[in-house]
Design a protein around this ligand. Structure first.
Ligand code: OAD
Length: 233
């Protein structure tokens, strides 16, 4: 039987595709205040500002391509059952060929009417639709006549896919973490659900604030680190 790998990724896996990370020097949150452009309060305060921020993200994504790290993660599917659990809102894992990707923080290429969130089932997936790399502006409405919003988990909102992610991490034989500062909860705590027998690898050029004797830190950029990881398997 094939072993299972859970791959937890963050902005660092897409950095070499030219998409900026959030918290590195010169990262997106140096130029933008996340509370203005990516929080639920920010949405209610100024919808246009939030819509324009995600229009810009879609435009960057249109011009970006998956890199060797996204491809190496997709290739793991030859020998393993691979669940990619990403904090990224880009679609580069899918474009590299990964077939099972859980987007914890939503997807930049998708939108939904702004009234579809509820505490019971988060957002109804039925109301979500793909706009590709196109713009969405104030006044653009869903068939139900309601303003469209980005299909993004804003700061201040629950993370509806956490339960599914916890299940997948706890079933994994191996956990691999790539390119995340592990500073946004609840996603940052996911690795703690790994089975006690599962080794945990982290690929990140920076120091990581994790203290667990099982952790092997491959201190390299994602494309290089994935080569080392493949040799260690
Ligand atoms: P961060 O910007 O917080 O962290 C990026 C991580 O990637 C850092 O640990 C860097 O050291 C590392 N890194 C940089 N370049 C790399 C490279 N070439 N290869 C590998 N690693 C590299 O991004 P996230 O942890 O993904 O949420 O941020 C989590 C969430 O915060 C995002 O999903 C986003 C943001 O606010 C929402 O917008 C909802």
């Amino acid at each position: 039987m094939k072993k299972r790998i859970a791959v937890l990724t963050g902005a660092g896996v897409s950095a070499e595709s030219g998409l900026g990370t959030y918290r590195d020097n010169g990262g997106l949150w140096d130029s933008y205040d996340p509370m203005e452009v990516a929080s639920i309060e920010g949405w209610y305060r100024d919808r246009n500002k939030v819509l324009q921020f995600y229009n810009m993200q879609r435009a960057h994504l249109r011009d970006a391509k998956p890199n060797e790290a996204h491809r190496a993660i997709a290739e793991l599917e030859k020998d393993y059952i691979v669940d990619v659990i990403t904090q990224n809102v880009d679609n580069l894992h899918e474009r590299a060929g990964s077939t099972h990707v859980v987007h914890l923080h939503g997807e930049a290429t998708k939108v939904r009417p702004e009234n579809t969130y509820n505490d019971e089932d988060g957002f109804s997936e039925k109301a979500v639709f793909d706009v590709g790399y196109g713009e969405v502006n104030l006044g653009d409405k869903a068939p139900n006549g309601v303003q469209l919003r980005p299909h993004i988990v804003f700061f201040g909102e629950a993370v509806p896919k956490m339960e599914q992610a916890i299940d997948l991490v706890s079933q994994a034989d191996i956990v691999l973490i790539v390119g995340t500062s592990l500073s946004v909860y609840p996603a940052a705590g996911l690795y703690r659900f790994a089975s006690p027998d599962a080794p945990i690898y982290i690929i990140d050029p920076a120091e990581v604030p994790l203290y667990d004797s099982r952790i092997v830190h491959i201190r390299k950029v994602a494309t290089e680190g994935m080569k080392d990881f493949a040799k260690m398997l």
